[in-house]
Write a protein that binds this ligand. Structure first.
Ligand SMILES: Nc1ncnc2c1ncn2[C@@H]1O[C@H](COP(=O)(O)OP(=O)(O)OP(=O)(O)O)[C@@H](O)[C@H]1O
Ligand SMILES: [Mg+2]
Length: 446
């Protein structure tokens, strides 16, 4: 009997260990919640003081405190680390809010993240300033970008769309009110269209008009036709479509003038025109020309894009531009347009210059990070904006069919914009899926 119990216990223990090993590789989220989180939390609590001390993140206590320690508590005066205000476990890591003592700044912690990461045995540590005097240490227990799963709470709302996951486990959101115009760069097969696909999936659920410009004959965007208010698939169509958008911008400015306001969002809800997001897949197709006769068209397109990028924010027209490179080699107007695009997302690039085109003017320290994105991780990118902050992100793998289904489900949200009617893409009527016929055949002789 004792043998049997021992055998059962040993088999149980082995199966448990095997299961945990399997979970560690296959279901890191489960492994983290069951094993990683309690172990890391314990390690953090036990070694916090000594780790901060050896990392140079302590300060001498204030005069009064030192006096009380020496004379009342009769202890030796020791340097103090930042006070822990809150520790919170998440499904991807551990978040710790610290109150910084006088003499420490967030940059001091940022400089030691690599040492803290090793001290607590976590995958990554990032530091975010939550309010003056407070920072949040965001630790991740495993590589969250290996298989991306968006946080459950991340849902599209207002004009904010969660499109990717940040390295620290939080959602990267594209906020059109904060960064109205954006540029996405990346080499062939780096994940630009996947980024735009995720964006369309979120935008489709919001009350906005979606305008697609896909000069690769629409191979990417025509699947989303049920939710698009307009789609241009050739440079000629794009020129006409952009001219219509510029005219629409003019009309909207007239409307603002009539109401005596300077921004679309100040208009009363009933009269406010619906926001328009213009998604351009492969901008170079609009800039490059093969013959002299196309020059005029190029000029029209570039002028329209620059005008929209400079003024359209106030009337709720937003640009989302994708391209492989976007520098002066695209010709006149390219760098001027680029300067207007605040949000930047740079995927894997083939050369440092491309990373610099996207990031050098707003977040120069992110340039080497973008240049090091490995080929086997498509969808990984560096996202930055003009505030100087940047983060490493990766989009979730989303199929075109899934996004097309969302577009069909939200087709009723297509707003009524008469100016865009001529550009409305053709949507084939849904054919019922072929299946076995439910009609019983009757013999003709009956
Ligand atoms: N986040 C991701 N996770 C996994 N696979 C991805 C991800 N993003 C992209 N991929 C894969 O990488 C490949 C290229 O993606 P995508 O078509 O988006 O690249 P691209 O930059 O638009 O390329 P191109 O310049 O040729 O249009 C696709 O096969 C896609 O499935
Ligand atoms: Mg593409």
């Amino acid at each position: 009997m004792a043998d049997l119990t021992l055998w059962l216990e040993a088999t149980g223990a082995l199966a448990g260990a095997g299961g945990l090993g399997y979970a560690k590789v296959r279901a890191p989220r489960v492994y983290w919640s069951l094993v990683g989180l309690p172990v890391t939390w314990g390690r953090f609590t036990l070694s916090y003081r000594s780790t901060m001390d050896v990392c140079g993140l302590t300060v001498q206590p204030s005069g009064l405190r030192a006096f009380m320690t020496r004379n009342v508590a009769r202890r030796e005066v020791q340097p103090v680390p930042p006070k822990i205000r809150r520790v919170r476990g998440t499904s991807t890591g551990l978040r710790v809010t610290l109150r910084l003592p006088a003499g420490l700044e967030p940059a001091d912690l940022i400089a030691t993240t690599e040492r803290l990461r090793h001290a607590w045995g976590v995958h990554s540590v990032t530091v975010a300033e939550t309010k003056p005097g407070y920072v949040e240490l965001r630790m991740t227990g495993y590589d969250v970008l290996r298989r991306v799963r968006m946080p459950r709470k991340a849902r599209p709302r207002d004009l904010v769309v969660p499109v990717a996951l940040r390295e620290d486990g939080t959602a990267f959101e594209r906020d059109y009110r904060k960064a109205p115009m954006a540029l996405t760069l990346g080499a062939n097969h780096s994940g630009k269209s996947m980024y735009q696909r995720n964006l369309i999936k979120g935008l489709a659920q919001l009350p906005v008009a979606l305008v697609g410009i896909d000069c690769k004959r629409g191979v990417e965007q025509s699947a989303y036709a049920p939710r698009l208010s307009a789609l241009a698939t050739t440079p000629d169509d794009s020129a006409s479509l952009l001219a219509v958008l510029v005219a629409e911008m003019g009309d909207r400015f007239d409307l603002l003038k009539t109401h005596g306001v300077s921004d679309l969002w100040e208009l009363p809800a009933g009269t406010r025109p619906v926001p328009v997001v213009v998604l351009v897949d492969e901008v170079a197709e609009l800039f490059l020309i093969s013959s002299r006769k196309d020059e005029e068209r190029r000029e029209q397109i570039v002028t329209a894009l620059i005008r929209l990028s400079q003024m359209a924010r106030a009337v709720g027209i937003y640009l989302e531009i994708c391209g492989q490179r976007f520098g002066s080699d695209l010709g006149k107007g390219a760098t001027m347009l680029r300067a207007q695009l605040t949000g930047r997302v740079v995927h894997r690039v083939n050369d440092k210059q491309t990373a610099e085109m996207g990031l050098a003017d707003i977040a120069p320290d992110a340039v080497p990070v973008a240049s090091l994105i490995p080929m086997e991780r498509p969808g990984t990118a560096v996202a930055a904006d003009s505030s100087g902050g940047w983060s490493k992100i990766r989009t979730p793998e989303t199929s075109r069919e899934e996004v097309a289904a969302v577009c069909r489900a939200f087709a009723h949200l297509i707003p009524d914009l008469p100016a865009l009617k001529p550009f409305r893409p053709f949507v084939p009527a849904e054919v019922p899926a072929a299946g076995p016929s439910l009609v019983k055949p009757h013999p003709v002789t009956d």
